[in-house]
Design a binder for this molecule. Structure first.
Ligand SMILES: CC(C)(C)CCc1c(C(=O)O)[nH]c(=O)[nH]c1=O
Length: 310
């Protein structure tokens, strides 16, 4: 079967990438993803200056997923911009440069530097980035979303995608989609981890991660129903020119199939990629092909977005 996907004029051999944040902070880790069956690689969300991130333990595996409060540890924007440009020179277009500035101004600064560079690939703006003190993360402050997109598109003409937090109220999908449809976005990526979950250890009667009194983003099996709902809700509301990347709860070819059936063009694996490593990409794409053959689908377009109601 044909697993190929094109996002604008960027061709992917298969739709399965890593998610920003998992095993993608160093060039060694990114090279390993590109050397694997993965359709492409996403960099750890970058801030202008390098960051150590939060105290450990800051991520823990849980029975059905993970909890993390990493605190944006990364080697800094220049490190990742250099990497994706070098990959572009080497002929690899399947990179996504992820940025998560600590302010709207910092995000615009990074976008201006990307605009001034030779980078022609995909850029993923992480809207779970912090907002002004006392306000919700940008992704939950729709005025801030409108402001940053209006400002960005006064100068940025590259392939801009948005990494969105999960939403749970159908009116939020209507309201946010009405904003996003006003801009020439290349894609939205749904979902980021479900924010501020909590896991406890029965024996020690403690939380399991040190930062934020144990509060952290939840990923893995726990979040797949929320991910599928967000993908479907945005697919049904967004301009068809805005593609969808599905993230959340993928650990099998069946999960990939479900994301694509709900409307995803590409998918990203975060939590499950951690313990399994790069072999997950071959396993998951093989499992996807098996399902497609069994169902008689020859390409992803044969079933993408064709979820039926009953
Ligand atoms: C939560 C932020 C630290 C503001 C952004 C980076 C990030 C992190 C992180 O670096 O803690 N973890 C996630 O699950 N998603 C994210 O987007």
């Amino acid at each position: 079967s044909n697993l190929q996907v094109s996002i604008n004029d960027i061709n992917f051999n298969n739709p399965v990438l890593n998610a920003a944040g998992v095993r993608c902070q160093s060039t060694t880790e990114l090279d390993a993803i590109l050397a694997s069956t993965a359709g492409g690689a996403v960099t750890k969300s970058a801030t202008l200056q390098p960051r150590n991130g939060n105290e450990t333990p800051r991520m823990q595996s849980l029975p059905f997923g993970s909890i993390n409060s990493m605190g944006l540890p990364n080697y800094g924007f220049d490190y990742y911009l250099d990497y994706v440009i070098n990959q572009q020179i080497a002929g690899n277009q399947n990179l996504i440069l992820s940025i998560a500035g600590l302010s709207i101004a910092e995000n615009l600064t990074m976008l201006r530097q990307i605009q001034a560079s030779d980078y022609q690939g995909l850029v993923e703006l992480n809207l779970s980035c912090p907002n002004v003190a006392g306000k919700s993360q940008v992704g939950y402050d729709f005025e801030a979303v409108a402001d940053i997109l209006a400002a960005a598109f006064t100068f940025f003409d590259g392939h801009l995608g948005l990494k969105l937090p999960p939403y749970f109220d159908l009116n939020q999908f209507d309201e946010l989609s009405a904003i996003l449809n006003q801009y020439p976005l290349t894609y939205v990526n749904s979902i980021n981890s479900i924010g501020n979950g909590l896991a406890v250890d029965l024996d020690t009667e403690t939380v399991v991660i040190k930062p934020k009194a144990g509060f952290g983003g939840i990923g893995g099996d726990y979040v797949k129903p929320t991910a599928l709902a967000n993908i479907r809700a945005f697919r049904l509301r967004l301009n068809p020119a805005i593609k969808i990347i599905g993230t959340g709860g993928i650990s099998s070819g069946q999960d990939v199939f479900e994301h694509i059936l709900c409307g995803a063009d590409l998918v990203q694996i975060g939590t499950a990629f951690g313990p399994e490593g790069t072999p997950i990409f071959e396993r998951v794409t093989d499992e996807l092909e098996t399902i497609m053959v069994a169902k008689g689908y020859r390409s992803l377009a044969d079933f993408r977005g064709k979820l039926k109601i009953i």
